[in-house]
Design a protein around this ligand. Structure first.
Ligand code: ATP
Length: 362
């Protein structure tokens, strides 16, 4: 790899459990890079509440300048922890991080902690593709008083090109997976916005003849994701509906703390973060599960580093580590829980064992 293509990873822990899970995942990332002989530049910055308290800015100017520069490159990445407020919204919109990929595949060793019966988990391997920079979140906001009653409104808005690029992204992923795509919507109650989503899907699908396309109302989908999650492959949806549905995938897999995500911009610049938030109820206690953030490192190895071999080894290491080590959210009855750092150490050790086995088989 020439120096021009060496990936740069900006580490932004944020607040709440962010520093704990990112600290653990950074250790794993550095270990994998070292073991794999992969070059990378890592720089860490303070953002979110601790930055605001120190500088009055959620995303201080020097940090923004550094991200601006790194975001020019398809080999640029951010490893983000969590923020209850800004700067995550600003990062998403400033860098056009529109395609949020949330894979959900329950770990074999954790079947007993899912609230679903084990047989319902057989074959669950779902990729939720959530549009991330539009929708009601960014819509026009108004408030007022009418006939003595306070009122509030926030507009749901989608432009055709915003829908088209996320639908194309989902179709491309479906093509490389099991070839099934489900568009989730509420066209019965919100016909203009979701009618446009359905029209765009109908226009784009013919270019992917090997992908079987269906659409489903969001309320039906919420039920079906619990009743028959294994039937879904790629699921594409709007920002708001994706926010809700991804919490269901967290429950299906056993804990929100297990789920990773990657968010891509049109240039390839990407932000990796766990699906869960700041989790103030457990912040600072060493109880946070780092596996969602470590899973985000796995996605980074695939996308930013283009290193699928090492990503596969890391995935196998996580499967192996949870056979013996588990944070409280996934410990299950009668199993002594471990801390965030112990979980990361277990993954590093399992990674070495997986790589050693792989090398003897070569
Ligand atoms: P935010 O406002 O930042 O979204 P929140 O508490 O409303 O914070 P989450 O952070 O997503 O939402 O947490 C929802 C629940 O999931 C909490 O009970 C939290 O403890 C749990 N949770 C989230 N992430 C983890 C994790 N990494 N490990 C263990 N539990 C987690």
């Amino acid at each position: 790899m020439t120096s021009a293509t060496v990936p740069t990873v900006l580490v932004l822990p944020g607040e709440g459990i962010g520093p704990e899970v990112v600290g653990a995942a950074r250790q794993v990332l550095e270990h994998v890079l070292d073991r794999a002989g992969l070059d990378a530049t890592l720089r860490e910055h303070t953002v979110g509440l601790p930055a605001y308290e120190r500088t009055g800015q959620w995303l201080p100017d020097p940090v923004r300048d550094d991200i601006d520069q790194v975001a020019q490159s398809p080999r640029g990445a951010v490893l983000f922890g969590a923020s209850a407020d800004e700067p995550i919204g600003e990062l998403r919109s400033r860098y056009d991080l529109f395609a949020n990929l949330r894979p959900a595949r329950p770990l074999r060793a954790l079947r007993e902690i899912s609230p679903l019966r084990p047989e319902r988990l057989d074959g669950v391997d779902l990729l939720l593709v959530r549009e991330l920079v539009s929708d009601v979140y960014y819509g026009r906001r108004r408030t007022g008083v009418d006939a003595g009653q306070r009122w509030a409104g926030q507009e749901m808005y989608y432009r055709e090109d915003e829908i088209r690029r996320i639908v194309r992204c989902a179709l491309r992923h479906a093509e490389t997976r099991r070839g099934r795509l489900t568009l989730v919507h509420k066209a019965n109650a919100i016909p203009d916005v979701f009618g446009l989503w359905l029209d765009v899907l109908a226009e784009e699908a013919p270019a992917h003849p090997h992908v079987e396309v269906q659409d489903m109302y969001a309320d039906t989908m919420a039920m079906q994701m619990v009743l028959r999650p294994a039937d879904f492959d790629v699921v594409v949806t709007s920002n708001l509906l994706g926010d809700v549905l991804s919490e269901i995938t967290g429950a299906v897999c056993g804990s929100l703390g297990l789920l990773p995500s990657a968010t891509l911009s049109p240039t390839g610049f990407a932000l990796y973060e766990p699906v869960g938030g700041t989790a103030p109820d457990i912040a600072g206690t060493g109880r946070a599960n780092p596996l969602g953030t470590i899973g985000s490192v796995e996605l980074m190895l695939r996308h930013t580093f283009d290193a699928p071999r090492w990503a596969d080894c890391l995935a196998r290491a996580v499967e192996r580590a949870v056979e013996s080590w588990r944070t409280p959210d996934i410990a299950g009855p009668g199993k002594p829980p471990c801390t965030t750092d112990e979980m990361a150490t277990a993954v590093r050790e399992a990674f070495d064992a997986v790589v050693a086995e792989e090398e003897t088989q070569r």
